[in-house]
Design a binder for this molecule. Structure first.
Ligand code: SAH
Length: 455
């Protein structure tokens, strides 16, 4: 490309100055920004330009001339090929500091919020084996079934014995399914030919209960030797409570199809977060890091400062995780969520916990909550936990009009958090403090909880 200081495949020396929000090293070559996966701030490296655009480019890390103090040896043998984790090459304390800094920079740059109280990121004592759900694509090699992950930017399945961020049980289940299903001659699904049977093995583990669910996602109804297969799985895996089949015969990257049926045991497994119990089905959404979820939602509850007298709205409530947490201390909680199945789960979970001071509604937060307001219903405290794109402006304006004493904003994207905090600050709220919580160690994801108080 004309006008750029370097060409594709050119090798240059770079000093890495920063980490991008995706966890890539950021360096400048004659003022031109290069993103280098695997490089860390403070390092002097040799990098080869791989992709150049007008404003910035990408380069591959070839050699580390001077490593950063924060550099760590990634314990996972397949770290580079997998791409599921982005930060295993960085010391865990440095990861936590990076996540806090990302929140701080976004609040300052996008939110124009200076001098905010941003606490150090709450990390995990043991930041490994934290995930309770794995979705493993199945393939074939000469010796039988393989299962693991797609090589980066491809659909080639690479076999994997263990994933260090998954619960051990998950590795055990996948190994058993590969062996036992392979023995019964079950073929893996072949994406290109759209033939074969077993597409994915999905595992779910209740961390608090030890209950295990196995989901076999198949391209077709009939599983040969299903009974024997299931019996062997039950005997091989202690703790298994549910084995279900999900049928997906479509040519698609989407994992699940529409039909799910129980092959053995229960339709649900259970888990608890704090004192709240949750039923988890094959399709239902559930937070993937239960240990850190509890910490994050405890913080949300603390920020809500409930005395038992408050009406609380939980916008974007999902399966009601936060709503049920809040209901333990609130007069009444009103949850709103756009996905009807999630609301079904939320209601079931409320019954499971014998909580009758919660009401769940299906719909867009930005439609339902303004309607409530027009009908004269206001909340004392509003909690929002929106998806990455943040809150709809109409919802924020309704919150401003409703004037709750406190707004608790749970966010998985500091950029949209910052944008929305600016709107709330302009509407009469003071951003009091922010608590980042590390929900996804070794990835670049940043989750946090902010408290706003009515001025
Ligand atoms: N706190 C929830 C998870 C929130 S994730 C829990 O722990 O279960 C964000 C949720 O917002 C998702 O469930 C998504 O379906 C929902 N959502 C997305 N857009 C929405 C909208 N416009 N109105 C209401 N809910 C929405």
């Amino acid at each position: 490309m004309a006008g750029l200081p370097l060409k594709k495949n050119q090798t240059v020396e770079l000093v890495i100055e920063d980490l991008s929000h995706e966890g890539n090293g950021v360096g400048r070559y004659q003022g031109y920004t290069l993103f280098v996966p695997g490089a860390l701030p403070g390092e002097t490296i040799i990098a080869k330009a791989t992709k150049l655009k007008k404003q910035f480019g990408y380069a591959r890390l070839m050699e580390i001339r001077e490593p950063a103090a924060s550099r760590a040896e990634p314990p996972c043998p397949i770290y580079k090929r997998c791409g599921g984790c982005m930060l295993q090459h960085m010391d865990y304390d440095a990861q936590l500091a990076f996540k806090r800094k990302l929140v701080e920079e976004n609040l300052r740059r996008i939110g124009k919020i200076e001098g905010a109280l941003i606490h150090p990121t709450i990390g995990m004592e043991d930041p490994w084996r934290y995930r309770n759900k794995a979705q493993v694509p199945i393939g074939e090699e000469e010796g039988g079934l393989i299962g693991g992950f797609y090589a980066q930017r491809s659909h080639e399945i690479i076999d994997m014995k263990e994933c260090l961020i998954q619960h051990e049980k998950s590795d055990e289940v996948v190994a058993c399914v590969k062996e036992i299903a392979g023995k019964y001659g079950i073929r893996a699904y072949d994406e290109e030919a759209h033939s074969g049977l077993l597409r994915h093995v999905v595992t779910k583990v209740g961390f608090a209960t030890g209950e295990v669910m196995i989901v076999l996602v198949t391209n077709g109804e009939r599983i040969p030797h299903a009974e024997a297969l299931v019996q062997e799985l039950v005997e091989a895996i202690p703790g298994v409570k549910s084995i279900v089949q999900n049928i997906n015969t479509k040519r698609t990257n989407v994992i699940f199809g529409d039909v799910t049926r129980v092959l053995w045991g229960e339709e649900y497994i259970y888990d608890t977060i704090g004192d709240v119990k949750f039923a988890i089905s094959a399709r239902s959404f559930y937070q993937v890091n239960p240990v850190q979820t509890e910490r994050l939602y405890k913080k949300a509850l603390e920020y809500a400062a409930l005395t038992g007298e408050e009406n609380v709205i939980d916008a974007y409530c999902g399966i009601g995780t936060i709503s049920l947490f809040l209901a333990q201390k609130a007069k009444h909680v009103f949850g709103v969520e756009i996905v009807p199945e999630a609301i079904e789960d939320a209601k079931r979970n409320a019954r499971l916990n014998e909580m009758d001071n919660v009401t769940f509604a299906v719909g867009e937060a930005e439609t339902v909550i303004p309607r409530w307001y027009e009908e004269g219903n206001v909340a004392d405290v509003i909690v929002v936990d929106p998806p990455r794109k943040g809150c709809d402006e109409k919802l924020l304006q309704t919150i401003i009009a409703m004037k709750p004493k406190r707004v608790v904003y749970v966010s998985c994207n500091p950029a949209t958090l910052a944008r929305d905090l600016r709107i709330l600050e302009d509407g009469g709220y003071k951003m009091a403090e922010v608590q980042p919580v590390d929900m996804f160690p070794h990835t670049a994801h940043v989750e946090c909880c902010a408290l706003l108080i009515k001025k």
